[in-house]
Design a protein around this ligand. Structure first.
Ligand SMILES: [Zn+2]
Length: 316
């Protein structure tokens, strides 16, 4: 039985880009009769708001999606909210530390900025960490001070076959040694996602292309923790007509705003499926009716540009 998930962060209302990914992730799992999990990724306490978490569930339901396990319906892998899973991340860190996979880093942001940018930076997260603290160990003295924990990237390339983008190979150490726990105590995104995907038995991850370069790091963490690695499929992003990622600048793009403006949810899901490449014409179809049409191989590889014509299409 395959298991997939949609894992939103409650830092704002769902927009068209989120809906696009959620719909495709749901279709992939429903097509195979698998289990669909909803996980709330709220470890960034400064940016997460409970009212957004509630709104996300409401908007997903309006879109016509459902889930078998999640914060509101429970399930065998509960809790499905990251802020309630912190002890699991701590145990994973203990294990990685014991096995010498992590090291403490005391570099300040200013120090790192002063160093000439390293060549292997990944687009999404700035320049790669140059490894200044690689030789450090966590002494009792250091435990009293402020430090972050970094994962030691192994000296080997990472390859995987993406369900949409095909063969991917990242050079050894791509992105540099990354932070798994910040000096302020916040757990790293890569760590939390990997621990949760493993604990929730996720076999298939479908998510936005912006996370493609996170995949090798998550694979390495999963392997280091002795877990199987899921299959990955990344789908293109939806961009505004200026080529930038969809945001408030592009007018009404949240599901909330579109719903209030009178957009029908079936028309919206039909359009999303058409933009994705799995529906020839943007006919109004509920997610349920799209299940037999879903094909991973049909999904386009280039970004979707949300222009005026597409906006008009949402209103029929
Ligand atoms: Zn350092």
């Amino acid at each position: 039985m395959i298991r997939g998930r949609y894992a939103p962060s409650p830092t704002g209302y769902l927009h068209l880009g989120n809906a696009f990914t959620a719909l495709l992730a749901w279709l992939q799992i429903r097509r195979e009769g698998g289990v669909f999990v909803l996980r709330m990724e709220d470890i960034d306490r400064d940016r997460s708001r409970p009212e957004y978490a509630d709104a996300i569930l409401e908007d997903l339901r309006w879109l016509g999606l459902d889930w078998d396990e999640g914060p509101d319906v429970g399930g065998p892998c509960a809790p499905y909210v990251q802020s309630e899973r912190l002890s699991r991340y701590e145990s994973a860190l203990d294990r990685l530390l014991e096995e010498g996979r992590l090291y403490p880093c005391t570099c300040t942001r200013a120090q790192l900025k002063a160093i000439a940018s390293a060549p292997h930076g990944l687009g999404s997260e700035g320049p790669a960490y140059p490894g200044l603290c690689r030789g450090r160990t966590l002494t009792d003295e250091l435990r009293q001070s402020r430090y972050s924990l970094r994962f030691r990237m192994p000296d080997e390339p990472v390859s995987f076959r993406d369900g949409v983008f095909g063969e991917q190979t990242f050079p050894a150490g791509a992105g540099g040694d990354f932070v798994v726990k910040r000096s302020d105590g916040l757990f790293g995104y890569q760590l939390a996602v990997s621990v949760d995907d493993a604990a929730m038995g996720i076999t298939d991850v479908l998510r936005g292309e912006d996370l493609l370069d996170s995949t090798p790091r998550q694979m390495l963490l999963l392997r280091a923790l002795g877990h199987p690695v899921p299959r990955y499929a990344h789908v293109p992003l939806i961009l505004g007509d200026d080529g930038k990622r969809l945001s408030k600048r592009h007018g009404s793009v949240t599901l909330r705003e579109l719903r209030q403006a009178g957009v029908d949810s079936r028309r919206l899901t039909g359009c999303l499926a058409h933009w994705a490449g799995i529906l020839e014409e943007p006919e109004p179809l509920a997610p349920q009716d799209l299940i037999p049409r879903f094909q991973l191989s049909a999904i386009r590889k280039t970004p979707v540009v949300f222009d005026d014509a597409k906006r008009r299409g949402l209103f029929g």
